[in-house]
Design a binder for this molecule. Structure first.
Ligand code: 4NP
Length: 153
């Protein structure tokens, strides 16, 4: 099983959105038995909560179900084979600080076609869920293409 874990700060806005969008792409590709998708936050403030209403609204608008609850990243999530996909440089720094260099730790937009945008901005502060959704969708499509190539799927 290939494991993909999306990581942001609170696990209520960006990483649940990425998890839901990516899961839909995986389902559509018929790869649900081969790719396991999850998300977590570096922080613990929102543990147990549903996704932010803005995230739930934009997912519903695109016909995507999401029922997950926030959780914090933990040591057992870290494995050299797991794709650890963070949303911004702060997440990257925090994951590296806690768990050391990880070979498959990347920012999501590394896989997208936006040379000038490297970080998914936090809609918790900007409220721009539409823009975040576009970035997340592009990143997820690129990520799935990369994983299929690397894993021969
Ligand atoms: P997320 O957004 O990292 O995309 O889930 C945030 C959610 C909550 C907070 C910050 C960012 N917070 O400070 O509570």
């Amino acid at each position: 099983m290939v494991r993909v874990l999306f990581v942001c700060l609170g696990n209520i806005c960006r990483s649940p959105m990425a998890e839901a969008v990516f899961q839909k792409l995986v389902d559509e590709a018929g790869l649900s038995d081969q790719i396991a998708v999850d998300s977590a936050g570096t922080g613990s403030w929102h543990v147990g909560e549903k996704a932010h209403p803005g995230t739930r609204r934009i997912l519903a608008k695109h016909g995507i179900d999401y029922d997950g609850r926030a959780r914090q990243i933990r040591r057992q999530d870290i494995h050299p084979d797991t794709y650890l996909i963070v949303m911004d440089q702060d997440n990257h720094r925090e994951v590296s600080r806690r768990y050391g260099d990880q070979p498959r730790l990347h920012r999501l937009l590394y896989f997208a076609n936006h040379p000038d945008v490297r970080d998914v901005p936090d809609p918790y502060y900007t409220n721009n869920f539409e823009y975040v959704y576009r970035l997340v969708s592009d990143g997820c499509q690129g990520l799935l293409a990369t994983i299929r190539e690397q894993e021969g799927l």
